[in-house]
Ligand binder design. Structure first.
Ligand code: URA
Length: 208
């Protein structure tokens, strides 16, 4: 949130519960979302995964990564030997943004300004969860961590980022699972899925 918004919350959250209460009470930047979708997982998880923003299903259920991209992420984590229950999973942006087309709500990518708006919360959240390694899933999450545009293709792999205290944190950049869902042919899908699982495995090794 902006400085002004943060001032309205009058106190810096000291616990994840406090932070989550503030996030839940916040209005979406762009009206429409049912609720804020909070991160999920244990404090002190080795790995924290950051996605873009909740999708249609996540907005309905109020949990991150439960729709098609989430199911693929869960399967890839499993294939990489990472039980999802042992990881922390969250999003750069906490509210679903969409365009209504008939009955369907079509996901709209958050702008850099929207990512920036939520960035302080994400950084605070990561500080409170305190993972060994934070994995950015896709460009929006990488932008949120780095505070500047990151090319996933170029940076893919380890990427340090600076926390709210000005100190370096260990990060890692890989693709977003929805990128895999959008690939047109089966061979590319399989190849990119394997590369994604290999990244998750490498990230897990790095965090040990
Ligand atoms: N895509 C994301 O980036 N996050 C979710 O929670 C679901 C889909």
């Amino acid at each position: 949130p902006t400085r002004a918004l943060r001032a309205m919350t009058d106190q810096e959250p000291k616990t994840l519960e406090d932070l989550n209460r503030i996030i839940l009470a916040s209005e979406p930047l762009v009206p429409g979302a049912t609720r804020a979708v909070l991160g999920e997982g244990r404090i002190g998880s080795e790995l924290a995964f950051v996605g873009e923003q909740p999708g249609d299903q996540e907005d309905i259920e109020g949990r991150p990564f439960v729709g098609p991209a989430g199911k693929l992420l869960t399967r890839a984590l499993d294939d990489a030997g990472i039980p999802r229950a042992e990881a922390y999973v969250t999003n750069a942006v906490k509210h679903f943004k969409f365009e209504q087309r008939g009955k369907r709500r079509i996901h709209k990518k958050p702008t850099a300004g929207e990512v920036k708006h939520y960035r302080w919360w994400l950084m605070k959240e990561l500080d409170l969860v305190h993972p060994r390694l934070t994995i950015a899933l896709g460009a929006t999450a990488a932008l949120a961590l780095a505070g500047k545009t990151v090319s996933v293709t170029k940076v893919r792999g380890p990427m340090g980022y600076v926390g709210l205290d000005g100190k370096e944190r260990q990060g890692f950049v890989t693709v977003h699972p929805s990128f895999l869902l959008r690939l047109p042919d089966e061979a590319a899908k399989r190849r990119e899925y394997d590369a994604f699982v290999a990244d998750l495995h490498a990230a897990h090794e790095l965090a040990r």
